[in-house]
Design a protein around this ligand. Sequence first.
Ligand code: LRH
Ligand code: MN
Length: 426
Amino acid sequence: MQISKEQIQLVNEKVEAGHGTQFNFLAQTLDAKGVDVNTVIKQLADFQVAIPSWALGAGGTRFGRFSYFGEPSNLEQKINDVGIIHSLTQTAGAISLHIPWDVPEDYNAIKELATANDLVFDAVNSNTFQDQKDAKESYKYGSLSNVNKAVREQAVQHNIDVVEIGKKLGSKSLTVWLADGSNFPGQNNFQTALQHTEESLKEIYKGLPEDWKMFIEYKPYEPNFYSTVIQDWGTSFMLANACGDKAYTLVDLGHHLPNTNIEQIVSTLMMKGKLGGFHFNDSKYGDDDSTVGSVKPYSLFLIFNELVYGMKNNPQNPYPAWMIDASHNIKDPLEDLIQSLEAIQEAYAKALLVDQKALKEAQLANDVVVCQELLQEAYRTDVRPLLREARLKSGGALHPITAYRSLQVRESLIEERGKYAVASGL
Ligand code: LRH
Ligand code: MN
């Protein structure tokens, strides 16, 4: 199932007039403030977020999993689902695969299908947090940090194999997230575990092609509940520096203890040229992997404010990789991902409206009130007409969720795939 430009145009026609009025009013208001509206719209249209191949099925927890029917049961159908999201939003032009959940059988066919859906392959993700049925060694007590050399070597080889898969697909980056850690005090020697992890990452790094990046993702806990080897940004930053110039820190928004100042972490990593990319999601308590912007939209705005500042002032940091990492327990994943893309675009647009020059002057004058006024002036601006105009110009839907429903996409997918297909992944 694919959605044609013509179908989207038809749906847009019903709401275009209203959009025109709202957009013209906002454009005039912003123009009067000296904002270059066309540049902002281009920046929004160029901002492409990768969709995780593991988040196209119904998620769930250990307490239960509720399907929503018509799930993708193979990589081809997953690529089609991302194609549907991209045709409606025009901001999801990439898919991020998780290995071995999504190993292509026919690489050329998969690449052709991705191109047909206007998609490229973003970072490939290794998996040394689950044992594969034919595996010689177990990751029960860790992978790259394991006390057993044979286990570490197996995990290193898996990451090198993942890079080989990525090379065949045109991917240019490897994401390494380790579940490695301990559940009880005394179970691990922290220094030995970290030393092994550093040595193993350096082995993987040796296998990285010249034009590739390695993203080291940190997480404070889960599935281990006493210690995690790569628990925080500092540990990831240290390991990235130990590996070399092609290694960076990846920030998953859900991988922080409550009330952590993530925007400060982002600014520090950009200043040090080690911010590799993001896994966008939202959370109230733990690694909830909820819809982006559904719980803490102001925090997301503050993070984008640091990103906009960093992308302007930190040439030492490469253009970050943008990915969503979410899990859908009760929503239709395609609708959930569309809402996440909207929240990301909204936070970015609001951050682009911050008068950075005036903010700098107010900071130098320690005019704390004006600093907050400048940030909230931008945050309080309804930027949705800008997002819609960017989508319209790119051939997308003015209202993607409305279009998704009026085009009865879910019903068509159920008809095509049957009710009880189940997707691999989380
Ligand atoms: C770990 C994580 C990591 C993925 C996994 C699916 O919590 O965020 O990025 O490998 O989710
Ligand atoms: Mn993640």
